[in-house]
Write a protein that binds this ligand. Sequence first.
Ligand code: PBG
Ligand code: ZN
Length: 347
Amino acid sequence: MSEFKAPQLDVSSILHGGIHHPTLREWQANGRTLTKSMFIYPIFISDDPDAEEVISSLPGQKRWGLNKLEGFLAPLVKKGLKSVILFGVPMKMEKDARGSAADDPSTPVIQALHLLSKAFPQLMLTVDVCLCEYTSHGHCGILSSLPNPGHSNQPTIEMEPSAQRIAEVAVAYAKAGAHCVAPSDMMDGRIRAIKLGLMHAGLANRCALMSYSAKFASGLYGPFRDAAGSAPSFGNRKCYQLPPQGRSIARRAIQRDANEGADFIMVKPALPYLDIISDAARLAPDLPTACYQVSGEYAMVVAGAEKGIYDLKEMAFETTESMVRAGASIILSYFTPQFLDWLDEEK
Ligand code: PBG
Ligand code: ZN
């Protein structure tokens, strides 16, 4: 007979009672659970109309030509895909200092908008707005000839011309049928410039504005830059994307963009920035919070599963559910097609 007697549990000590059944465990999410309509699927659109190119650093994702797009998306729409975000990949188009190809009528995203709005009238079409895929220098704005005082190998941004140019591109996408424009360039003042541009064009009531507000200068964008051919030709993006240690400046960016007319606030990347997601949800509670599980995050989850470190599906759920728990209600993710199946399965 043992001498030891466990101390009496207090009434508040018992947690197991609340999690012993699958439905009880769902209730522990306070209603914050993943649904199909939370997901936005990022799609790369090539200017080669017959392209279906594997992107080696972004497992399972491809660059799609216009002729392949409908066949690729039809089964996903059938499974409940509600929305996509389009990225243009000009493989052949000429690049120049102002990114003229971004809003050329022949540019792949504008062509894709025409095609997709006909083929899938219910599908919500967001377009990423940036210049880096289209500029000769690979930076996200218009550059000045002045040297950067902080670092000689860094660009200096021309502030107002950059915001104006981004607005011009966003309005062109709205005119072509985008339901939402999402500027990822991080130029100061672009949210206001876009909102005014949409108003002047008579499109402000027909096109939402999702701001990549808290977008950090992250090491996790590598596979995307391979996919989109958008790596900077010199320097890096630290003069316009936020420093990873900068929680306060992220809060300023979120509040600024809310005041400049954004409809949705995005945090990017997602998993290393859950605190920022939670800040966004608290600082701008009336603007739904989106987050982007970026290319490098996605590739990390896939690589770990391939190494046998964990189960892919389990980790895809755990990472995205952490984003929802932090306050996100919209998730951009390369896992979207899998979630359309997974969310139908018994957990
Ligand atoms: C372009 C852009 C980037 C991403 C989205 N839009 C890359 C960058 O800023 O260099 C990253 C998305 C991803 O990694 O999945 N401005
Ligand atoms: Zn860019």
